[in-house]
Design a protein around this ligand. Structure first.
Ligand code: SAH
Ligand code: SF4
Length: 346
């Protein structure tokens, strides 16, 4: 347990309060914040502050980092996948993708995940700990610096369940969108959840303007419970009610993720049922041919199945697209790089 304060998780006003309460001048907070934005990894690098303040910071705070442990670049589309390590040696994955409108980064929110979805590499590796707000920011900072790019979109779709680390994720959202920080607007942020219903209501109350993406992966509770343990806790009816509430409160259309697994959730009847469940909702369905993870026994639906599924949804006026696969040669779906890394020791 780190007893020092996580200085990079503080907003500028929190840092100002902390510094002035301890007898230092206000403007020092801006100087320190400036250094932190420059991504320094030690207080000694903050050259324009007094040694007294440096010593105080050293004994009261730590600077969190995300070091590049491994980096893979796709030969096909230049998608970049990182394995980052934090101060305590724990690792997570992030993926940077290039789209027409700019760069997008997929970041992790926990080391591992408690939710145990059967098709997911992260779910198979168990849960270690939550990430702090600064550790989420650091994934973006480190990738941005390494590639020398401007990142315009963020998706919280890496390792972990963001709504199971609610307070830290919300703090991160405020920090990353702040004018004092990376200044990435909430409209450019998407949070993906397996469907922790009460937290979806909480998030709607905050009216942040982010897009919520719900991992549905099934047209009914029976099929959903086969692959997603969370479906035993909240029914699809409850989940869809929360999604409707989110749209009503925020005006933001919900995206549903639907990983197509051959023979499990991809029949025409499954598509018909899904269309019925989503009828009248302002939403978009992303179909993702499931990525095969060792030991799951799942295979992706073939192209004809995908097309047939889409056609049925389209006929019922449900907008759906098959997600373009980026970085297929580097296992760009999160959880797999770390799994292989731990198995082979690098
Ligand atoms: N925990 C959150 C966000 C991280 S997972 C969630 O579950 O939504 C991000 C997305 O990847 C989810 O939609 C998840 O269902 C999907 N996913 C996980 N493993 C996958 C796999 N093997 N193939 C395709 N999609 C997968
Ligand atoms: Fe966790 Fe999401 Fe993987 Fe499920 S799919 S185990 S919620 S990371």
């Amino acid at each position: 347990m780190n007893l020092l304060a996580d200085i990079k998780s503080m907003t500028l006003s929190e840092l100002t309060e902390f510094i002035t309460e301890n007898g230092f001048e206000r403007f020092r907070a801006n100087q320190v914040y400036g250094w932190l934005n420059k991504n320094v990894s030690s207080f000694d690098e903050m050259r324009n502050i007094s040694s007294k303040l440096r010593d105080f910071l050293k004994t009261s705070c730590y600077i969190s980092v995300a070091n590049i442990e491994k980096k893979l670049v796709s030969r096909y589309d230049k998608t970049v996948k990182y394995l980052f390590s934090f101060n305590d040696g724990e690792c997570v994955e992030s993926v940077v993708m290039k789209y027409k409108h700019g760069y997008s980064i997929c970041i992790s929110t926990q080391v591992g995940c408690k939710m145990g979805c059967t098709f997911c590499a992260t779910g198979k590796s168990g849960y270690s700990r939550d990430l702090t707000p600064s550790e989420m920011l650091n994934q973006i900072e480190s990738a941005r610096r390494d590639l020398n790019i401007r990142i315009s979109n963020i998706v919280l779709m890496g390792m972990g369940e963001p709504l199971d680390n609610y307070d830290n994720v919300v703090k991160f959202l405020y920090l990353v969108s702040s004018g004092d920080g990376l200044n990435i607007g909430m409209r450019h942020i998407t949070l993906s959840t397996c469907g922790i219903v009460p937290r979806i209501y909480d998030l709607a109350q905050l009216r942040l303007g982010i897009t919520v993406s719900v991992s549905l992966h099934a047209p009914n509770d029976e099929i959903r419970r086969k692959t997603m343990p969370i479906a035993h806790r909240y029914s699809m009816d409850e989940l869809l009610r929360a999604c409707r509430d989110y749209f009503k409160k925020t005006g933001r259309r919900i995206t549903f993720e639907y990983s197509m697994i051959s023979g499990v959730n991809d029949s025409d009847a499954n598509a018909e049922e899904l269309a019925q469940r989503l009828a009248g909702m302002n939403c978009h369905v992303n179909l993702i041919p499931v990525n095969t993870v060792d030991g799951t026994g799942y295979t992706k639906s073939d192209i004809n199945r995908q097309q047939s599924f889409i056609n049925i949804l389209a006929a019922k006026n449900i907008a759906a697209t098959v997600r373009r696969t980026l970085g297929s040669d580097i296992n760009a779906s999160c959880g797999q790089l770390k799994r292989n890394y731990l198995k082979t020791g690098g």
